[in-house]
Design a protein around this ligand. Structure first.
Ligand code: FAD
Length: 396
């Protein structure tokens, strides 16, 4: 009887894992994917929707390809709990599905309770995150489009690690790009809990100074502690309060909720520790965890490109194990991340990470990758090429 493999989440990690589990097993493994969303919507490029230069349908891909082209079984539902003893998952609808191997790629959880009043402010429609692409991405653009000229958009960034290190800095470029053209008296305030811009720092700072002088104001070491929804006020650890018209507040992040509530996160309830040779949970046999939910190795970002790479290493290791073959003792992961500084011009960061057996971790290969010298429109075409290729690689 062929192995039953259940994949939870069909985002960058899960969709890729499902497809490659089928391909690497010559279509013999039974692969079932549980995903509540009707279609894939990409976080990469979603900042362009926030800035209004692109529409969300340009970042959306139907799930049909996994079923039609690869024989993956798609179940439109979400996993409510995992029974590690019985090796089953329970779905929100009540159905139970058995697994021999379980692959979890549920993305991130937003730790709303770390900022006083944030949950209530979200429920009142005063704050939002748009850190999972979809209706909130569109809603954030609408708030910015409806803001008065001379208004203030504020973005707060939690301490790293969080999903997509350059993502917040790209977002403020997109918001400023929109405001510069449409409401030039407005301001973009960035409050970063970190000591400095955590990714592509020099490139972003140059772009802000050149393209958006007087619009973007960046303040490091400002950790948000509370939100007052009534007065639209942001409170910090020590600094003065700030009021804004649009409040895009990103709380600290963790592994996806399912992982945290299943006891598969670390002692702090944040990220999952895994064996980097096969991404099996450090504490739960036959449960493999990939994508943003894992405790990353040094210098490895929480990115869609990385999630895609975790998925391939995991699929190869699972199929090797089920076939009685040795697993690759030295996997290699690559990462490229493009950021738009306006609606056409782009910068990238790239890196290569190799497993180092003696230290049981991935290390950046010296001299690999690097940064763009400056933003160009040519890199903008590469960024769209990257997106179309990775969507085809994981979903077609
Ligand atoms: P996701 O892709 O979020 O997939 C998780 C899936 O799991 C979702 O579809 C969700 O519905 C599903 N799910 C969750 N819980 C359950 C459950 N209990 N049951 C069933 N299904 C469940 N990365 C890049 O490489 N390049 C970029 O340019 C880039 N730009 C970004 C810009 C922004 C604004 C943001 C927010 C992120 C960006 N990223 C980028 C990061 C990238 O989106 C993430 O790293 C990537 O999505 C992680 O993949 P994942 O599979 O872990 O999670």
């Amino acid at each position: 009887k062929s192995a039953q493999i259940v994949v939870v989440g069909a985002g960058y990690g899960g969709a890729t894992a499902a497809k490659y589990l089928r391909m690497m097993s010559n279509n013999t493994a039974q692969v079932t994917v549980i995903e509540p969303n009707p279609q894939f919507i990409s976080c990469p490029l979603s900042n362009l929707v926030v800035g209004g230069s692109r529409q969300i349908n340009e970042l959306s891909v139907a799930y049909g390809g996994l079923e039609k082209n690869h024989g993956v079984k798609m179940v439109k539902d979400s996993v409510a709990s995992i029974d590690q003893q019985k090796k089953t998952v329970q779905l929100a609808s009540g159905q139970t599905i058995k697994y021999d191997k379980l692959v979890l790629s549920p993305g991130i959880g937003l730790m709303m309770d770390k900022i006083e009043g944030l949950d209530a402010a979200n429920k009142a429609g005063v704050t939002l995150q748009a850190w999972k692409a979809g209706p909130e991405t569109v809603a954030l653009h609408k708030q910015i489009a409806e803001m008065r000229d001379g208004g203030v958009y504020a973005l707060s960034i939690p301490l790293a690690p969080y999903r997509c290190p350059p993502g917040p800095y790209e977002r403020v470029c997109q918001v400023a790009n929109y405001l510069k053209k449409n409401k030039p008296k407005s301001k973009v305030l960035v409050f970063d809990a970190n000591q400095d811009v955590t990714s592509k720092g020099k490139l972003f700072k140059e772009a802000w100074a050149k393209l958006y002088p007087g619009i973007i104001q960046y303040t490091p070491e400002h950790n948000v502690t509370a939100i007052d929804a009534k007065t639209r006020t942001i409170k910090f650890e020590v600094q003065e309060d700030v009021k804004a018209d649009v409040l895009n507040i990103l709380p600290p992040m963790s592994a996806g909720d399912l992982i945290v509530k299943s006891g598969l996160a670390d002692a702090n309830g944040r990220w999952s520790n895994v064996n980097f040779l096969n991404f099996e949970s450090a504490t739960a046999k036959d449960i493999h965890i990939i994508g943003d939910s894992i405790q990353i190795a040094p210098a490895m970002p929480k990115s869609g490109h990385m999630a895609n790479q975790h998925a391939k290493v995991t699929a190869a290791a699972i199929i090797a194990e089920l076939s009685g073959l040795p697993i690759n003792p030295q996997p290699v992961l690559t990462n490229t991340c493009y950021s738009f500084v306006n609606d056409t011009d782009v910068v990238h960061v790239a890196s290569v990470h190799q497993y180092v057996a003696a230290e049981k971790t991935f290390k950046t290969v010296p001299g690999s990758g690097g940064l763009s010298p400056e933003p160009t429109a040519l890199e903008g075409t590469y960024a769209w090429g990257w997106a179309k290729n990775i969507w085809a690689d994981s979903l077609a």
